[in-house]
Design a binder for this molecule. Sequence first.
Ligand code: M6R
Length: 622
Amino acid sequence: MCGIVGYIGKKNALPIVIDGLKALEYRGYDSAGVALWDGVKIRFEKTAGRVSALESRLSRKSWSGKSAIAHTRWATHGKPSDRNAHPHADCQSGIFVVHNGIIENYAELREALIREGHSFLSETDTEILAHLFERPFLSAGQIFLEDAVLEGLRHVNGTFGLAVISKHDPEKIVVARRGSPIILGIGDGEYLVASDASAVVGITKNVIYLHDNEAAVLTPSKMEIFSTLGGSAFGGNLSKKTLQKPIDKIDWDISEAQKSGHPHFMRKEIFEGPSALENVLLGRLLEEGSAKLGGIVAVRDRLLQAKKIIISACGTSYYAGLVGKYYFEELAKIPASVEYASEFRYSNPVIDPDTVAIFVSQSGETADTLEALREAKKRGALTLGVVNVVGSTIARESDAGIYNHAGPEIGVASTKAFISQLGALVLLALFLGRERGAVSDVLGQKLVMELKALPAKMKKVLAGDAGVKKLAEKYSKYKNFLYLGRKYNFPVALEGALKLKEISYRHAEGYASGEMKHGPIALIDENFPTVALAPKDPVYEKILSNIQEIKARNGRVLAVATEGDEKIGKLADDVIFIPQTLEMLTPILSVIPLQLFAYHTAALLGLDVDKPRNLAKSVTVE
Ligand code: M6R
């Protein structure tokens, strides 16, 4: 995820913001840059690659100045490159912007700005902002930078946390927030801005958290925070209401700050699930009950003619693909199959030009998935990537695709990426279903409404974290587990078992519950507990029968069930409840307790949760 840091005060700002960028490196990034007001002009430097590369370029210059903004970029629009790195500037290089978030209407704004005569150097959505902030200076002449920023933001849909400096109104940093975190640091005769507390704790522990639709002006001598008046914030008019906000004290050290107070990245990322879903849906849901996916527009016609879909991936991404198969068959009425990428590449697959091959990968670099993609391309399929890391090899080599926008995932165990993969796949299936006439207006609208409601329901599941921890304590003595699910929740059973085994080193098997009596039932006894996914859906009664079969053999059962289900409590030993949702969306809720259960089990056992033995985050060898 991108990182922002800015400084204004008595000291040389450059080394301070570079240190801030280093503190943000843990978030993952692909490029870095800085802009500095040296008292006469704005100097800037940016580069693809590491902060150390930026530092080595800067070491050849003897710049100094009292205010600077800096950024680490995690690509969303446009590949990682020097040009796409932040800061971005307007036509006259008079205004420099660093930005986190996504500008949804950037394509329309870019076209409109080009028609007005603005020219662009990068492929980013952020560059739009610099040109939007330039317009008031062109029309009104001398105005305050904050007024130009607020005027520009009136045109923007989407999310932002941003910092701006300008030679037209120097000696200040203007910041604003909507949907992307911004923290203000208060030092001794100095102010800082950052997207993350870790970038300021080296200088000050006194901070103010900016809320959505708030902005601030930082100068060497004071800081003014304001919200905009009127109906919609950053809209309507330019009047500002000054706010007095409380100063908070950071009582974490830097490594805790990087994990936002969570003991491990995995826990932080599980709790980021709701925002991962929001981000993959952002700007892509249509009220009329469909989806808008910019990344597949170029291949739309071929996609709509698909006679067959093959999904290929590894690990957690493969399990997301298994859920995707149900989506494509149920919503788009297109036959779909799912193949392990490591098998697919050697399986002599039958592919023709009407085949769409979808490759799901968080990293976009998994060697087997990449080779499967190349094989499918060679055989003439239309290839799509569902990828989190922008500009990764799978993203580049696919014909088209959908980015997850889940932000970097640092824990080796994939959690929020799985959620966002399901989001991307259901969007694609909904789009295909609507365009092919297989999904009615009513169903489409219902799905859109329920997807919008889902992040709040996910937060409700996460609020049960302490209860899941207690269950992990109770079950941590067992060495073997069976995970059962059916239909949409069969892949969730597989994913839950994978989570447990990879971080807690407990043996866990995921099974389609109907298959239990064909073998695994022989394992059941009082020492072999079962985690049963039993939401209220059309296969609920079937899984209830399986639970009865397990209980009849003295097996222990921990069930995940729908709120209000009174029957299950009489059968299972323990129950975790999830809110009601559409059947096809239950995996997005039911996987959360399994992620938490695996997390707490591993943490209780004192294991290295974020870096389990023998595993790598990205498997770039066969
Ligand atoms: O980056 P990818 O999604 O292509 O990675 C695929 C698997 O290596 C990955 O999901 C792996 O199984 C995770 N450790 C699961 O938590």
